[in-house]
Design a protein around this ligand. Structure first.
Ligand code: G3I
Length: 318
């Protein structure tokens, strides 16, 4: 039956995956599935600050370009990830004083976004990532501690200046349901847009775990953001289980994937769903959560799992 991307195209949505540059360069099965099943890609790591500007004003785009070139060859869109984050940002940035840090942030955004501004494949950016604590306070990152919350608006303005046509997103995790963190995000997006700050979309990462249950108010939450006039999207979906796998756990996981895709399909302003990888061979989950894993839609040998079928059938309208 048809690929995920064929069904997503027919629905006017994207189905995306995160790409790791290692297997992208040397594994045929990885490339075949990545190119054949998805109509959008995100660099898992290659566009982050430590990869693109490891030392000040020394830019390296080899990994980022590899992702963009792959996407171009395969007729895929690229979502840029991520410009301003507290992780994977070099020490030289973190140690700057306020004026120098603000200048470095603007320069970074200008150079990274600017590189792809005329490339029709690169359509959107995560401008700021994970700016909130779980209780809805601003995260006490080096960005916030040095610059205060104004770094967020400044980052969006710099990105708009670098590419007036790119869709500019704020992105976070644990904001799928209606809770203190997602309400803080809602209030911030509302306030920024009232101030004329160019925030075009909100990314809900979607790092789910079957042990914590499904966010049953996902659709309602997407809808309240849509009412602010922004596009919404699921940006980093995965559904980790307690290892080892079993048929029952696979089946539960598949319902989570199905329900996320269906929530996006039900909301006009939801542009699509990106899965954070596709094969359990390459996933951040076991590194971070040693007893958990198998979070993706293909197994370690590139065989589709029940979660693949669930995504497929949801996109197909079944
Ligand atoms: O590149 C080095 C390599 O040289 C070294 O040999 C190896 C040894 O550990 O590490 C490699 O770097 C790792 C990098 O991934 C590339 O594989 C880092 O240690 C590792 O920490 C890093 O993990 C990434 C993580 O972000 C870092 O925060 C994951 O791949 C990536 O999936 C994950 O993605 C994030 C999103 O960007 C934001 N939302 C949450 C999501 C999951 O944490």
């Amino acid at each position: 039956s048809a690929s995920l991307r064929a069904h997503a195209d027919a629905r006017g949505k994207f189905i995306g995956t995160a790409l790791a540059t290692g297997p992208l360069s040397d594994e045929a099965s990885y490339r075949t599935i990545a190119g054949g099943e998805f109509n959008q890609v995100t660099a898992e790591n290659a566009m982050k600050w430590d990869a693109t500007e490891p030392s000040q004003n020394q830019f390296t785009f080899s990994g980022a370009d590899a992702v963009v070139n792959f996407a171009t060859q395969n007729g895929q869109q690229v979502h840029g990830h991520t410009l301003v984050w507290h992780n994977q940002t070099p020490g030289w940035v973190q140690n700057l004083g306020a004026t120098a840090m603000r200048d470095a942030m603007r320069n970074h955004i200008s150079r990274v976004v600017g590189r792809y501004a005329d490339n029709p494949a690169v359509v959107s950016w995560d401008v700021v990532n994970e700016v909130f604590e779980e209780n809805g306070d601003f995260r006490r990152s080096f960005w916030y501690n040095t610059l205060g919350e104004s770094y967020i608006a400044d980052a969006f303005r710099a990105a708009r200046a670098a590419d007036p046509d790119a869709r500019l997103c704020i992105n976070d995790y644990n904001v799928e349901g209606i809770n203190a963190k997602s309400t803080a995000m809602y209030d911030l997006v509302s306030e920024l847009r009232d101030q004329g700050v160019p925030v075009d979309c909100v990314g809900f990462q979607g790092h789910l775990a079957t042990q914590y249950g499904f966010p049953n108010d996902l659709r309602q939450n997407l809808q309240r953001f849509a009412a602010l006039g922004v596009q919404v999207r699921i940006t980093e979906l995965d559904v980790r289980i307690q290892m080892p796998r079993s048929a029952a756990k696979d089946a539960t996981q598949a319902t989570y994937y199905r329900d996320v895709v269906n929530a996006c399909l039900a909301v006009t302003a939801c542009a699509g769903v990106t899965i954070w990888g596709f094969t359990d061979r390459y996933s951040w989950v076991p590194d971070q959560f040693p007893s958990e894993g198998a979070a993706l839609i293909y197994d370690e040998n590139y065989q589709p799992k029940p979660s693949y079928t669930a995504v497929h059938d949801a996109l197909a309208g079944g």
